[in-house]
Structure formats: C-alpha cells, structure tokens
Ligand binder design. Structure first.
Ligand code: ARG
Length: 462
C-alpha cells in the first residue's frame, strides 16, 4: 500500500478499507489526462518561479517518460497505489528524486481529479459527437435514396397516412441533430478549468490559473474554487444527453425489430448484423437492435445513480464523488458502442420497397385524402369525414379498398364522387400532395435534405 497521506497516521489501514477506498482500478483510464494536467501545472509553477527551470524540466521529462512507458506496456499501473494520482507521483519521485516531490505544490487531489475527469469527459463528448455525425451522414444519404419509397405512417401503431421512408428517416435525423447540439452545448458550458482551486479554497501560492487553463485548452479558469472541486453538473448533463441518445436509438431499434419481423417484412438486416438460433434453424434474429434497446436501461441507471449521489452533498468535495466514475465510464462506452454498431446495421439494411408500398396501400391510409377530395368539391369537412367513414365501412364488409370501388359504388355513398377520385387517392398523390414544410412530399423533403446537409457542413467547420 502506497499512500500520499501517511504522515498523520500511526496505524495501518485495514486491508478491506484500503480496497473499498481505492479507485485505481478504474481511474487509471485517465492516466494520460492526469499527466497532461501535471505537465501544465508544472509549466505554470515554473513560470511563477515556484519551481526552478531545472526542476520543471526534470518533472516534465519524467512525466512524459511515464506516459510513454505506460502506453508501450513497459510500465504497469498496479493496484498497490490508491489512485492514479498517487501512482504517477510515486513513480515520478522514484525516477527523478527530490524534484518529483514538488509537483503537488499548490494542488490538491480534489482539483486534480476534477480536472482529469473533465479532460477525459471532454474527449468522450467529442467522440460521441463524431459518432452522431456519422449516423446523420448515413441517414441523409438514405433519405436521398428513398424519396419515393412509400410506406405507411402510423399513429397508435395503426396505419394512418402514407409517408415515405425518406420522411420517416428524416424524423430520426432531427432527433440525432438535437443530440449533436446537446453535445456541443455541454462542451461550451463545461469548458472551465478547475485546476488551481486546491482542496476547496484556492492556495496561498501565486498561481496563474488562466495560464494552466489556456495550456489545457479551456475557455478560462472555473470562477469559484468550491464549485470547481465539487461540480459534477457536466457529467449529469452528459448522462442526460446520452440517455436521450439511447432513447432515440431504442425507439429506432424497436421499429427495426418490427420491420424485420415476418409480419411486416419491410427490411432485412444484413447477415453481418444478425444472429441465429441454436435450436430453430430458420431464425435470423435482430439481436443488435434488441441489445441497443436493452442497454438503454443501464445508461438511464448511470444518470439516476449520479443524480442520487450528488443530491445530499454539502460543499465542497466529498468522497461520495468518487462514485461519479465507474457507471459514467460504462455509459460512455455503451453509448459510443451502440452508436457505431447501429450506424453499421442501418447502412447495410435492405428495404423491401414493394412490401412497404403494398402495406401503405392497405389499411385505408388514403381515407383522409378521400375526405379531402370531397372538401375540394365543396362538401364541409365534418360531412366529408362521415361520408368517407361510411365508405370505409362498406369496403371492410366487401374486403376491398376505396380505390378498388366502382364509380357506382362510390356515388351510392355520395354523388359528389367522380372519376378523378381514383387519382386523388392513389398512393403517389397522397404522398406528393403533402407539401407543407416538414411533410413527406418530394419538394418538402428535398428542402429538408438541403437543410440537413447545411447543418452537417456547419458542424464539419467547428
Ligand atoms: N479518487 C478520488 C475521486 O475519484 C480522488 C480525489 C480524492 N480526494 C480526497 N480528498 N480523498 O474522487
């Protein structure tokens, strides 16, 4: 056991207590961030004449070598240290001697861990954003390809009105676009550096906090030292945004599972993204979509866990905050993993256009358009709705559809119906006449796609 705080203690730490308290098994994930923070802190200490140039150089070289040795596998991070901060400092001192012991001047593990977690999260936020952008790219090219792939639109999972696949995918484009914006917002709001806040009340050394903030790519130093060491809002924001991404992926997965079923038969998931059954030879299961749907729960769980951890904490740092890590890391891995798998599954999925169009034609998805036809001939909408309802009832009895009725049958319900009704309720007309902004008609969709392209280009420039 190697501890940074042995001076005040005479007795040994109980072995169970030591293990319960230690975080090295999971905080070693940000060893690079820990070292980057220490290098910046060293540069600042030297600039403020709190370290000599020679000391600063020795520390910086020592830290750089530790980073390279850990990366190459030459140096193993072992559990005999309490946390990653203790490990780095101990190895440094072992390697360069006295100067190593000066690294922690004007710093506490409280501002150190706040910094490490922020740097690491900032990286994962960017990664999440990049993966979301790839998903948006995929959606956009699929939308371009499926402007006239007709399918039923649903409400209450009942066929409602016909739409296109481009329009349906466009709905998800909007959801994931907001997810990108959320990641961007988080980046902007979180980007203030806690380093130099000390344990909670700053330090008596003349630190230049703006300088370390700048070296580490922050907008500036965090304003209040007590807030800086105990702020985990950005993690809650990330977990909340990640939960929303998972909710979107899960809804989409649910639809793909339905579409992939024998009953729907709209899509076929590529062999590379499906699995079989050990007993039923005919099976090809949508396991990836199911797993994405299933993993949503653990990301929600991470959010609930951290909200609960934080709710009763008095200022400033409390050890409870160490619980901000494991579930958050798991959620980060889950959301990024799900995003890339999902995009791959989507990209390789085949759509059965004829089945989708056929399905859109059944189930009276053109009933609204038949009523609108009557309205265009001067019938008040309420009457048109009732008359079309009678028409549907008649069709159900005859097991047929509105467009398959003879003109005589139509006119028996309302003499207003004429031969141009057939074109008015065709699948193509039903979709193409829907041209309000945001609707599935081709012109409206082309505008949506253009706006989507513009959004992605803007994002690319950031
Ligand atoms: N492992 C701790 C954490 O993750 C680091 C900070 C420890 N600070 C302290 N005062 N014990 O929160």
């Amino acid at each position: 056991m190697a501890q940074l705080w042995g001076g005040r203690f005479t007795g040994e730490t109980d072995a169970l207590v030591y293990r319960f308290n230690a975080s090295i098994s999971f905080d070693q994930i940000f060893f690079e961030e820990d070292i980057a923070g220490s290098i910046a802190h060293t540069a600042m200490l030297a600039k403020q004449n709190l370290l000599t140039r020679a000391e600063a150089d020795a520390i910086t070289q020592g830290l750089t070598a530790i980073r390279e040795d850990v990366k190459s596998g030459k140096l193993a991070i072992t559990e005999e240290y309490e946390d990653i901060h203790s490990f780095v400092e101990a190895v440094l001192t072992e390697r360069i001697g006295e100067a190593g012991k000066k690294l922690h001047t004007g710093r506490s593990r409280n501002d150190q861990v706040a910094l490490d977690m922020k740097l690491y999260t900032r990286k994962r936020v960017q990664e999440t954003k990049t993966l979301l952008r790839a998903l948006l790219e995929t959606l956009l090219s699929m939308m371009e390809e499926h402007l006239d792939t007709y399918m039923p639109g649903f409400t209450h999972l009942q066929k409602a009105q016909p739409v296109t696949l481009a329009h349906h995918l466009g709905a998800y484009f909007e959801m994931f676009k907001r997810d990108v914006q959320r990641m961007q917002d988080i980046c902007v709001r979180m980007n203030y550096c806690p380093l130099g806040s000390g344990a909670l009340a700053g330090t008596t050394y003349p630190l230049d906090r703006a300088y370390t903030a700048q070296l580490l790519g922050f907008t500036g130093p965090a304003a209040n030292s007590m807030d800086a060491v105990s702020d985990r809002d950005y993690l809650i924001e990330y977990l909340s945004a990640a939960s929303t991404i998972m909710m979107h992926l899960s809804r989409f997965s649910e639809e793909i599972i339905l579409w992939n079923s024998n009953e729907y038969g709209f899509v076929e998931i590529d062999d590379a993204f499906s699995t079989g059954s050990s007993i039923m030879p005919q099976k090809k299961n949508p396991d990836i979509a199911e797993l994405v749907r299933g993993k949503t729960g653990r990301v929600y769980g991470a959010l609930m866990s951290l909200l609960t951890t934080m709710k009763g904490l008095p200022l400033a740092y409390n050890k409870d905050m160490q619980e901000d890590k494991e579930l958050t890391f798991d959620a980060m891995d889950t959301v990024t993993g799900c995003l890339s798998l999902f995009t791959g599954m989507l990209r390789t999925m085949r759509f059965h256009k004829e089945v989708m169009a056929e399905s859109a034609m059944k189930g009276f998805t053109n009933a609204t358009d038949a009523a609108d036809y009557l309205v265009s001939k001067g019938v008040p909408f309420r009457d048109a709705h009732r008359l079309t309802g009678q028409l549907v009832l008649y069709c159900i009895g005859k097991e047929t559809s509105i467009d398959a009725l003879t003109l005589e049958e139509l006119q028996a319900v309302s003499p207003v119906f004429e031969a141009d009704l057939y074109d008015a309720v065709s699948l193509r007309t039903c979709v193409e006449k829907r041209l309000t902004a945001g609707a599935p008609g081709r012109k409206a969709m082309e505008e949506a796609i253009q706006a989507g392209r513009a959004f992605l280009e803007q994002e690319q420039k950031r």
